[in-house]
Design a protein. Structure first.
Length: 215
């Protein structure tokens, strides 16, 4: 038992001594033809956190899917705005940031009668959302930065179904309270403080584009 303990201690001491011989006062000693040579370690530059503000426009407004379906009627032409979106996030590392993203949009859909094929009434939705926004930046360059966005939060909105004279056609249903967005995008650097982004995803919109500013 004593011999085994002594043997293990000897091996451990050899490993420690060998490790210490490789690193000394921030330098490493590497073997090169002709002998050993000390080479200074390169320290990674310290990352400086930043605040990012982004403004953009998404298309199409997928909130229109929250409008209801009615017996003997089918959805026809849709008109939509947005969603317009804005976000502020704190980038605490080279590859990650956390913040808040908000959206606003509205959409209208005509409901046509199967019997007459004409517009019977119109459904309208106007919604706001606020979501926790998580950004994961992939390896890239100063000019091209791909990223993955994951956002989830709450949705608030109003829905109504109106005849052409403005009277209610059906009782309004409450829109979903869940808001989310998953997207894959790229930021293209315009300057050290600004960039243009384009993003594809699903949730509140499918395609989006806008500007991002770094502070």
């Amino acid at each position: 038992m004593v011999r085994k303990t002594f043997f293990l201690l000897t091996i451990l001491s050899g490993i420690i001594i060998n490790a210490e011989s490789q690193v000394w006062m921030g330098s490493s000693i590497r073997f090169r033809p002709g002998g050993y040579r000390r080479q200074a370690r390169r320290e990674q530059p310290k990352y400086e956190p930043s605040m990012n503000i982004s403004l953009g426009y998404g298309f199409p407004n997928l909130d229109k899917s929250l409008l209801g379906d009615f017996y003997n009627y089918y959805k026809g032409t849709a008109t939509q705005t947005g969603p317009v979106m804005g976000s502020i996030d704190y980038q605490y590392s080279k590859y990650n940031s956390i913040g808040i993203i908000g959206t606003y949009g509205k959409a209208s859909v005509s409901y046509n009668s199967y019997s007459s094929s004409s517009t019977a009434f119109t459904g309208n939705i106007e919604s706001w959302s606020i979501m926790l926004n998580l950004m994961n930046y992939m390896p890239g360059s100063e000019k091209v930065k791909p990223y993955l966005r994951t956002a989830i939060g709450i949705n608030s909105g109003t829905v109504n179904y109106l005849y052409s004279n403005g009277t209610p056609a059906f009782t309004s249903n409450s829109p979903s309270e869940l808001a989310y967005q998953v997207g894959l995008g790229v930021k293209f650097g315009l300057s050290k403080q600004s960039s243009f982004f384009i993003e594809a995803g699903y949730g509140k919109y499918i395609l989006a584009a806008g500007l991002s500013f770094k502070f």
